[in-house]
Design a protein around this ligand. Structure first.
Ligand code: FNR
Length: 360
């Protein structure tokens, strides 16, 4: 376990760096090209001010929310991040235990290094057999049968929503990986969700295709394939948000993939109000990218998000101290959010209104 207590999520970043192979650290921390968007995600949150109300006589804060039929103890989810085995030997099993114990929704990555069934089993065990409400992230594949097999797999594992990543028509250019010549996973790190699918027993990540041919037609196909709610992840343009709502998706995940895909996109928090206006409350909005503080969560909710998600902070917690590290990251977020709500004069996430923030 970590030698000394850590008091802020950003401190876990340093603890993780001390433990990780520097090449793997670069994979987790890095982004596309000049990493402008990686930095913008965090700095845009810092540039927004909170304008609290006082003397509201509010109840002590309650953080509970319901998202697409899943109840959660706070409006903070785990974003899908690939290859947890690079961060810790217990990989996604450790992450899942911490998420389940905290009562938060974990989005299992299609590129997880433990199979989704095992992750679900581990999470259920923590809850004495109750449904952990896992979500499953999918990169839609040009090979329809492979897509269908992955969807079936997620469904039979009990996943409650399908998070379809749509910002990946190609892989972003990660120059840190190029410099480190990191283009192949170690043999013991395999994409376990691919095994047994499409007539192959290989978990080789090279079976996955990120293709510019993916279109709205593939989303319609997914709609026909499953009754799981569909969340489109990686939407930044208001016109796409409109098409998504008109196309019947169940939620929109405002995200620039943590600055790992197209560099120089706006920070997701900067773009959120435009999408919120376009969507007008017709579907829930989620946001990720640069959320590091409880105050960031309040800002995102004030600007129209129903919940936020954490990408790198979960990986830092996992690398620093396995399930305990993830639990500590989630615990810090919960206590900071609780504190921020009280200081804003608000008792529940639903009471967070637009007037509590002032934009730069
Ligand atoms: C990701 N992200 C991601 N997204 C996705 O849809 N599928 C994936 O497999 C991955 N893998 C992945 C790996 C790593 C190491 C990172 C850091 C990110 C993106 C992730 O879901 C999320 O959008 C961002 O991480 C959010 O930004 P922060 O919280 O990392 O700033």
């Amino acid at each position: 376990s970590t030698e000394r207590p850590l008091f802020a999520i950003r401190e876990f970043e340093r603890a993780a760096r001390d433990r990780l192979d520097p090449v793997h650290h670069d994979y987790f921390a890095g982004g596309a090209q000049d990493e402008h968007t990686v930095r913008a995600n965090e700095s845009a949150f810092a540039a927004i001010n909170l304008v609290p109300r006082v003397l509201r006589g509010a109840e002590p804060p309650s953080l509970e929310v319901n998202l697409l039929g899943c109840s959660a103890t706070m409006p903070v989810l785990l974003a899908p991040t690939a290859f947890h085995r690079l961060a810790h030997p217990e990989a996604e099993l450790a992450t899942a235990r911490a998420a389940a114990a905290a009562g938060v929704i974990m989005t299992v990555a299609m590129l997880s290094t433990v199979a989704v069934e095992r992750i679900a089993e581990e999470a259920r065990a923590v809850l004495g057999g109750a449904d952990p409400g896992l979500w499953f992230q999918l990169y839609p594949q040009p090979d329809e049968e492979l897509t269908r097999a992955l969807v079936r797999r997620a469904e039979s594992a009990g996943c409650r929503a399908l998070v379809v990543t749509v910002d990946s028509a190609a892989l972003g250019r990660h120059e840190r990986n190029d410099r480190n010549d990191f283009h192949q996973l170690p043999d013991h790190v395999q994409c376990e969700n691919l095994r047994g699918l499409g007539g192959s027993d290989s978990g080789d990540v090279r079976r996955v295709t990120l293709s510019p041919e993916i279109s709205w037609r593939h989303i319609e196909k997914l709609r026909e394939m499953t009754r799981m709610p569909i969340v489109l992840k990686g939407v930044l343009h208001p016109a796409d948000a409109r098409l998504a709502v008109e196309g019947g998706v169940d939620a929109i995940f405002v995200s620039n993939h943590g600055g790992r895909q197209l560099d120089t996109t706006p920070a997701s928090i900067t773009q959120l109000p435009l999408l919120a206006e376009e969507v007008g409350g017709r579907v829930p909005l989620l946001l990720d990218g640069g959320v590091r503080r409880g105050t960031d969560v309040v800002k995102a909710l004030a600007l129209g998000a129903d919940a936020v998600a954490l990408g790198r902070p979960i990986v830092w917690g996992l690398a620093a101290d396995g399930a305990d590290g993830v639990a500590k990251v989630l615990g810090l977020m919960r206590s900071e959010l609780d504190n921020a709500l009280a200081l804003c004069g608000v008792a529940t996430p639903k009471e967070i209104t637009r007037d509590l923030v002032s934009l730069p």
